[in-house]
Ligand binder design. Sequence first.
Ligand code: FRU
Ligand code: FRU
Ligand code: FRU
Length: 492
Amino acid sequence: LPDLQDGPEPTVHTQQAYAPEDDFTAKWTRADARQLKRLSDPTAGSKQNSMPAELTMPAVPQDFPDMSNEEVWVWDSWPLTDEDANQYSVNGQEIIFSLVADRNLVFDERHVFAKIGYFYRPAGIPADERPENGGWTYGGLVFDEGVTGKIFPDQSYSHQTQWSGSARISKGGEIKLFFTDVAFYRNEDGSNRKPYDPRIALSVGKVHANKNGVKLTGFDEVTDLLQADGTYYQTGAQNEFFNFRDPFTFEDPAHPGETFMVFEGNSAMPRESATCNEEDLGYREGDPFAETIEQVNASGATYQIGNVGLAKAKNKELTEWEFLPPILSANCVTDQTERPQIYMKDGKYYLFTISHRGTFANGIDGPEGVYGFVGDGIRSDYQPMNAGSGLALGNPTNLNFAGGQPFAPDFNQPIGHFQAYSHYVMPGGLVQSFIDTVGTEGDFRRGGTLAPTVKIDIDGASSAVDYSYGDGGLGGYADIPANINVNPGGNE
Ligand code: FRU
Ligand code: FRU
Ligand code: FRU
């Protein structure tokens, strides 16, 4: 990594593990997150990346192929996994789930129309021997119309959508699909008639795969698992813009027989009276670059109070869950710690979560990308990776210039500023994501399809993009390979 620019020292984090039930929440502090700016080159000019190459995804070309042959918009995607995040093919077919929406919508309207769809492709083919778009076949929607709306006590919703989650496979081809079931109660002008209602939910189905393709059955009932509680996880009553979503389940070798879930939440403070404290700021004694609590609390940064939640299953069927305190908070750092996942390597526990540039709090700046934290357990004093900043893989970004929006990217940014989002770290350090926008003002193309897979080499608290992977660091588009093949020969 380059020499650091002037700025505060990061908070000291021990990586020490606590029991999953303990009341200890690691802080991604402002002192930590301000390392992002310290890693950025203040002399980088218009359209240049100001961030270190080791932490930057190579630029995605603007002539990217479309994985659904323009049938649907595609964004957040997840593979079929087991309790250790291994990725499965079944009877010779790889299977992924994706949020999809109608191509007639403007891409940015997708969130209130999202549905879970699935794709499949033959397993065991090297990426460079597949069609350029990844060679997936779109299988259609997982749920029949009406199924996911039933759990809401107030049926007067204006929009009912399915948001991200994860899929667990077990013997006999049973799939437990964990997802976010969402009802919106909006007025014609888009304002809230009442706060939206996101719930972490489960639906069970079955996969039927053979050499001709993949069919799903079941998924005709939804179990409501968790609603934000207002104690650990902010509710709609506390903040109509609260975030509560994106379940990812796993087992922890240190606690055999238990199943845990991480998810995106917000710290449970009322929006208008939220405050951050000294621990959220995390400055070392006497740091000349420190801010005061009063400064930060008066700056508007208190609107950004993301956290990563933890829950524990109370039964083997995974239909009953209890909340545990959050494992990470990002108070006055970022509002969205989306799609969190736990990744294990060399005895260490990595927590990865995605953040937009635009959801960082006032005074904090960093690229759209995936951020990583390392510790000795699922609950630990997580140390943000890479010089304490947290950045694991960001888009080519120039922090000396504003970013704009995916629908109006700033002229001065590299063409990749909004190229990828919703990164998911897979076995072997492969990272998949979707393409949002490639280009800048006057010349950009929206994505709605999966990006090239890239590889990061993870080593303790550091990681680096592997530029020897694929073509200068870019692997196959939409390449989500299985690392475990069940009955690769074919029949059920
Ligand atoms: C911005 C955004 C996304 C989030 C979505 C739903 O469009 O905040 O980051 O997924 O809206 O709230
Ligand atoms: C990430 C995300 C998720 C959410 C989904 C909604 O891109 O914001 O957090 O589940 O998209 O579309
Ligand atoms: C906008 C905002 C967003 C965030 C939300 C949090 O006012 O600060 O950045 O998503 O409110 O409550």
